[in-house]
Design a binder for this molecule. Structure first.
Ligand code: HAM
Length: 443
């Protein structure tokens, strides 16, 4: 075909090709190379929760909008600006959950869990949605792993939840975490404190950012963790909640810290830690990767606290509770940066190598025999050379390469090559499982 015509055809084809559809803003694909990191995080967190006596709970992604308005708080950024809310065809107002705690509490009430042996310990993992400004570590769909303990008000339980979070990060391999902790008191000490805070900020109005001026009336405590430089300077001189706790909240907090000392878990008292959800009472905490300062707290790996009023607020009997959650994406990004040696997940015992059509068919047969055993098996079914396939075997750290060339395919045999020593043996295809087991024991 003349060159010009061919080029015309290629151009025509390119024009016809549909425009690719892109990922929705703020969303993220988790591809196979990242999956083993996610699996590593998931397995360690789940095992730790189970060892601590937690049971898994799954609640729907879609809940009634009122649950979050009432639970998380209608004046929080999450509910005010960040929810994916819509009306169903049946005219119900629903939202994609922005966090996991409210749904767990709804389920606790609805399923009569207050009749179970208390406290009830639940853990969960799943997607959450916040229409936030996307940036590094901040997505519009993200995955939280969380744990909640409902039905116990002892400060020992607050400490245990923090201990669990800390243990999970240790197990995952993120050893250098800093636990930032504060107490925001109960409703009664907070009412007094908010008045003090509003009086203080009223005198500094001209030094505040637009958002803080707006927040001052509805949610003055949020001003304490504004990230604007000028607001941070004002916050530094603000009265501290810790000096304004009622005796009960004060004692509770002191005990939490004593338990943490007992467990030898170090923490940083952070008086500007107030958290962005309205349901918290008394203890609040966040887990930061070590080295992160207050400016980067938006990238906290996890956070949580006590929420003694939430079950009552959502229509259940008054029930104390405490919990935490962490973001899988942020933790996975941290693990990726740390280059932990997690490659054992892609390691195979044996790798099947072939040359030619008939050999490829025999590889499928050998694969079928091996896949039902304990032996982990990888294979190449492409047209690459033996050398390039052996390179693939090396990549997955296979101990043995099982090579089938044209001769072996006809003889119904397999060459078993010890990847370390280079020694080779020919065995019958029918004996492959037995022979591989024998040679794996030797290698
Ligand atoms: P939170 O601090 O809003 O707390 O979120 C917990 C964690 O979820 C954060 O520390 C972060 O790792 C992750 N996260 C939050 N927003 C995003 C985002 N846009 N993109 C990526 N990751 C994000 C809660 O949600 C509470 N329910 C925690 C809790 C449980 N308190 C008591 N029990």
């Amino acid at each position: 075909m003349p060159r010009v015509k061919k080029e015309e055809q290629v151009e025509k084809k390119a024009k016809k090709r549909a425009k690719p559809i892109q990922l929705v803003k703020g969303m993220k694909d988790v591809l196979p190379p990242e999956q083993y990191i996610w699996e590593h995080i998931h397995q360690n967190a789940e095992k730790m929760c189970q060892d601590f006596g937690f049971g898994r709970i799954e609640t729907p992604i879609l809940e009634s909008t009122d649950l979050f308005k009432r639970g998380v708080g209608s004046s929080t950024d999450i509910v005010e600006k960040e929810m994916f809310s819509f009306e169903t065809q049946g005219n119900d107002q629903v939202s994609l959950r922005p966090e996991g705690t409210a749904g767990v509490v709804r389920s606790y009430i609805e399923n009569g869990m207050s009749k179970w042996v208390q406290p009830v310990r639940l853990y969960y993992e799943g997607p959450m949605f916040r229409y936030d400004k996307p940036q590094q570590g901040r997505y519009r769909q993200f995955t939280q792993f969380g744990a909640e303990i409902l039905g116990e008000d002892s400060p020992a339980i607050d400490a245990q939840v923090i201990y669990l979070a800390w243990k999970i990060f240790q197990k995952i391999g993120i050893k250098n975490v800093s636990i930032q902790i504060n107490s925001i008191g109960c409703q009664s000490c907070r009412t007094k404190y908010k008045k003090l805070l509003t009086d203080y900020y009223d005198m500094k109005l001209n030094k505040l950012c637009v958002d803080c001026k707006r927040r001052l009336e509805k949610n003055p405590m949020r001003l304490l963790d504004c990230k604007e430089e000028k607001c941070m300077q004002v916050a530094a001189g603000a009265p501290q909640i810790i000096d304004n706790l009622c005796p009960e909240c004060h004692d509770h907090f002191r005990s939490v810290l004593e338990y943490l000392d007992e467990l030898e878990i170090s923490y940083v008292l952070n008086s500007s830690l107030v958290r962005g959800l309205d349901y918290y009472t008394k203890t609040v905490f966040e887990i930061w990767a070590e080295g992160e300062d207050s400016e980067s707290r938006q990238s906290a790996l996890g956070g949580g606290g006590r929420y003694d009023g939430l079950v009552g607020l959502l229509g259940g009997e008054e029930t104390p509770a405490v919990g935490f959650s962490f973001g899988m994406e942020r933790v996975a990004e941290k693990v990726t940066k740390m280059n932990l040696d997690l490659e054992s997940r892609i390691v195979k015992d044996v790798f099947l190598v072939q040359l030619g059509d008939l050999a490829r068919r025999k590889v499928l047969k050998a694969f079928d025999k091996l896949i039902d055993t304990e032996i982990t098996v990888g294979e190449s079914l492409g047209r690459g050379s033996i050398k390039s396939q052996l390179r693939m075997a090396n990549k997955v750290k296979a101990k043995l390469a099982l090579i089938i060339g044209q001769k072996e395919a006809l003889d119904n045999t397999v060459i078993v090559r010890d990847m370390k020593s280079g020694m080779q043996e020919t065995v019958m295809m029918d004996d492959i499982v037995k022979e591989v087991e024998r040679m794996l024991k030797k290698s």
